[in-house]
Ligand binder design. Structure first.
Ligand SMILES: *Cc1c(COP(=O)(O)O)cnc(C)c1O
Length: 475
């Protein structure tokens, strides 16, 4: 028997030949002493080793590929805290330049050199800031009119992303949901207007609905609000949650009006880490003009001649994403972004068409306005099949693909769908591999003699919604 102590502290041992590799990893308490870095590295690395390769995670909206220079730049800035603007003034200016670029992509009318906007950790924080500003503007109007301001609400489609539920809960603002239905696959404008009253702080329109990939019709909503406001003397505005669409529409559908060209769109948020092509976490929110950003939400600092306005919920935050975003803007330019998004959308349409040819499936929508493909089983196939999309999800996972199956929001919650995000890094060839894997998985599932557990659950009406190893609220 070898004395287990003979090699303790021996940095010459191979990582896998050390004592540490014989012991369970710490879970409750910090280890007594240090571990040599090669071993510590290996232990941490290996804990995540069995996970999906991020680029095969087709469920996520978030960037899983950046080129080497972007990665190098971001790694080199990993020790920079964005908030230390005195120490890193160029980062603050770079951030403001990104806000300007995004604001101009969205056709801001603001003439100031530095546009009103904010850096965020993702769309969640950006949506919160947009929502809070709308709330504060409403409070101001109510105060001026001598009216109560204790029962605010906002109106949004039931296809909202979970951040809006947080916004409602955290700030105690009632969320009025316009249900989705098979006829109204996006925000039902008439229903939305019916839900509005003098206590409505804003209507939220979504560009790139997380569940479906579709866009709410902001132009029609704007027209409806124009009428509503004229009739009621209200000043009901729109916040556009363009987490996805904010970086798709300007490049692929520049003629489509959804942004600051519309009268009542006063703020827009997006995820720089989705189709902004930057690793997580990065978000942006922009206001149509400084006057729409309540003064007490921001403070302005002058750095090297740049008036930097700071707005945000966080204090310290990584600066690397700003360098990553500014790099992408310079590296790709308008034309380059358009090429990347064009390829993603073209591959999404190809996948959409191929799925339509399969006898088992039907696409959620005929339209593919964003590089998001959402499909379900044909009801007549599902009623006789011995499997569900959850089983297909498991089969694909065995091949390394992460393709989530999830139940739709209220009103159509019995509809289970599957979603693929076609992002930069997902080529036509990879798409063909995925389609082949779907076909062979379906073939195996069709050959089952007995129903799967998820199929039995569906039969017995046991909600499948919580089967989720996936965040079905749609990251
Ligand atoms: C992803 C998403 C969010 C949340 O964005 P994060 O960047 O993940 O915080 C909000 N709204 C919509 C429509 C989204 O798709």
């Amino acid at each position: 028997m070898i004395d287990p102590n003979y090699r303790q502290g021996d940095a010459k041992s191979d990582a896998f030949a050390t004592n540490a590799m014989l012991n369970p990893a710490p879970e409750q308490t910090i280890p007594d002493g240090p571990t040599i870095p090669t071993v510590a590295y290996q232990m941490v690395k290996d804990e995540t080793f069995a996970q999906t390769q991020p680029r095969l995670n087709l469920g996520t909206f978030v960037t899983t590929y950046m080129d080497e220079y972007a990665t190098k730049l971001m790694n080199e800035a990993i020790n920079v805290n964005y908030i230390d603007e005195t120490e890193y003034p160029r980062v603050a200016v770079m951030c403001q330049k990104c806000i300007n670029i995004v604001a101009n992509l969205w056709n801001t009318p603001e003439k100031n050199r530095w546009k009103a906007g904010a850096l965020a950790i993702g769309s969640s924080e950006a949506c919160m800031l947009g929502g809070i500003a709308a709330w504060k503007r409403w409070i101001e109007r109510r105060k001026k009119a001598g009216k109560p301001y204790d029962k605010p609400n906002f109106v949004i489609s039931a296809g909202y992303q979970v951040v809006w539920e947080k916004f409602a809960t955290l700030w105690n603002i009632e969320m009025r949901q316009v249900p989705l239905s098979t006829e109204h696959v996006t925000l039902d404008i008439d229903e939305a207007i019916k839900m509005c009253d003098e206590n409505t702080i804003c209507v939220v329109a979504i560009q790139g609905v997380t569940w479906t990939g579709l866009n709410d019709d902001v132009e029609a909503l704007d027209a409806a609000l124009e009428k509503y406001n004229a009739a009621t003397g209200n000043e009901l505005c729109i916040h556009v949650d363009a987490a996805t669409g904010g970086y798709i529409l300007p490049f692929l559908f520049p003629e489509k009006k959804w942004d600051f060209r519309l009268k009542w769109v006063l703020s827009i948020s997006t995820s720089g880490h989705k189709f902004g092509l930057v690793y997580p976490g990065l978000g942006w929110v922009v206001w149509k003009d400084k006057q729409y950003l309540p003064g007490d939400m921001s403070f302005t600092v002058d750095y090297l001649g740049a008036e930097v306005t700071q707005v945000g919920l966080n204090y310290s935050r990584p600066a690397a994403q700003i360098l990553g975003q500014y790099y992408q803007f310079i590296r790709l330019g308008f034309e380059g972004y358009k090429q990347v998004q064009y390829n993603s959308l073209t591959i999404a349409k190809y996948l959409h068409d191929q799925l339509a040819l399969m006898p088992e499936f039907v696409n959620y929508s005929d339209e593919v306005p964003n590089p998001i493909v959402v499909w379900r089983m044909k009801p007549e196939v599902q009623s006789t099949a011995k499997w569900t999309l959850y089983d297909l999800q498991d089969k694909l996972q065995m091949k390394g693909w992460m393709v989530p199956a999830y139940a739709m929001p209220v009103n159509i919650e019995n509809m289970v769908v599957m979603r693929v995000l076609c992002k930069q890094g997902f080529s036509r060839d990879m798409c063909d591999q995925l389609i082949n894997d779907i076909k062979s998985a379906v073939e195996e599932l069709n050959a089952l003699e007995y129903p799967t557990t998820t199929r039995i659950a569906m039969e017995k009406n046991i909600p499948l919604k919580n089967k989720g190893r996936f965040n079905h609220t749609g990251k």
